[in-house]
Write a protein that binds this ligand. Structure first.
Ligand code: PMP
Length: 400
């Protein structure tokens, strides 16, 4: 048969994207826009707490003489030098010794995850994760053709023995961790567990990607050093950070701290993706870090989030049915709930939305074998009163 006689099937999309499903979080975000719904669904920072004046001043200076023309021009792939210097100082103050040249700026930490996956994971490679874990990281690994394997653990994180076993069995390229105030569980990995996992990963030559967008939002307990700061981590731990939860996610600015050899590769990946992050946004963020009091701002934000977190934790015992379990986070944005055996959070959600409250069913956060009885509640965008009202509605939905 000649080519022109073949039936036309129409253009097709690549195989790597055919299995992708729309994130249920995104579909739910549409609901949270309905004014009558109290949403515990999104992982959003509270907009009324944004430092609007500080950021406005940052943009005003970035768009004023003498730098406006430079800030509207193309710029270096590695990112704004002053911004990286200021970020490096902040990281160093938090116990992760960093120089400006160790960092690349990215479009949010999400782009850093994409770049790292491109640089470190070939199709068919195994990526090890905790289960449950951050949904969009799972999507990013799947898109790269990775085989995502969950490693067993407990409330302190992945278990070192299980990690050793998984490293032997799968020879993974990468271990993805959210050690501090994890999304979706709110769990924080204690220091010994950080050390043990770093040691196992190093012994098996596995890259650790440490994703830390929430680390500065601590409500109680002691600050813990990032895994990347530990001697056990060596040179194979890449640290990813973001302005999204400390300042504003609309900035789309994050950063990656990587060892020299990998950094050069990441630059090439970033260049191929978008040449560089927005010059003017980076310049505004640099002015902001130089002139505003981000630590003072964070203290105010943390005080509010602490109250909101307590409002949720105080009321949950009277909301959830007997046999439920939930986490009690020391920081971050999320409480993770497991309803009694046999419950299905997606069914509860349908009733909940009718009653004016939303959350995220937990199943989407599992790479395989989802636990349908789980759900994620975010406490950041509602006041304690709204949280109380929203939880009363949830109690009603659970009763039905
Ligand atoms: N990592 C984790 C664990 C997250 O929860 C998020 C946002 N929800 C991101 C990365 C991406 O954040 P951003 O790109 O806004 O920095």
């Amino acid at each position: 048969m000649y080519a022109e006689q073949l039936p036309l099937a129409g253009p097709v999309i690549a195989r790597r994207v055919t299995g992708l499903n729309h994130s249920p979080v995104r579909q739910l975000l549409a609901l949270s826009a309905r004014p009558d719904v109290i949403s515990f669904a999104g992982g959003f920072p509270a907009p009324e707490l944004f430092d609007v004046d500080g950021l406005r001043a940052g943009f005003a200076e970035a768009l004023a003489d003498p730098s406006v023309r430079r800030n509207l021009q193309y710029s270096a792939t590695e990112g704004n030098a002053e911004l990286r210097e200021l970020l490096a100082e902040r990281l160093t103050r938090r116990g992760l010794s960093t120089g400006a040249s160790d960092l690349l700026t990215t479009n949010g930490s999400q782009q850093a995850l994409t770049m790292l996956t491109t640089a470190l994971v070939d199709p068919g490679d195994v990526v090890l994760v905790a289960a449950p874990t951050y949904l969009a990281a799972l999507q990013c690994f799947h898109l790269a053709g990775a085989r995502v394997v969950p490693v067993a653990g407990d409330a302190h994180g992945i278990a070192p023995d299980a990690l050793t076993e998984a490293c032997r069995r799968y020879r993974p390229s990468l271990l993805y961790l959210i050690p501090t105030f994890a999304n979706p569980t709110g769990h924080t990995m204690p220091l010994d567990r950080r050390r043990e996992l770093a040691e196992v990963a190093r012994r098996h030559s596995v890259w650790i990607v440490e994703d830390d967008p929430y680390g500065e939002l601590r409500y109680r307990g002691e600050h813990l050093p990032p895994v990347a700061a530990l001697p056990e981590a060596g040179e194979a731990t890449v640290y990813v950070g973001s302005f999204s939860k400390t300042s504003a996610p609309g900035l789309r600015l994050g950063w990656v701290r990587a060892p020299g050899s990998l950094r050069r590769t990441l630059m090439l990946v970033k260049e191929a993706a978008d040449l560089h992050s927005s010059t003017v946004d980076q310049a505004a963020a640099a002015v902001y870090l130089r002139t505003a009091d981000l630590d003072g701002h964070l203290r105010a934000v943390v005080a509010q989030y602490r109250d909101r977190c307590s409002a949720m934790l105080d009321k949950l015992p009277s909301v959830l049915p007997p046999g439920s379990r939930w986490t009690s986070p020391e920081g971050g944005m999320f409480v993770w709930v497991r309803l009694p055996d046999g419950a299905d959070a997606s069914h509860v959600l349908t009733r909940a939305v009718d009653l004016g409250v939303a959350f995220v069913p937990g199943s989407a956060f599992y790479p395989v074998d989802p636990d349908h009885a789980t759900l994620r509640l975010s406490f950041t965008t509602n006041t304690p009163d709204q949280i109380s009202t929203g939880l009363s509605r949830l109690r009603e939905a659970l009763r039905q």
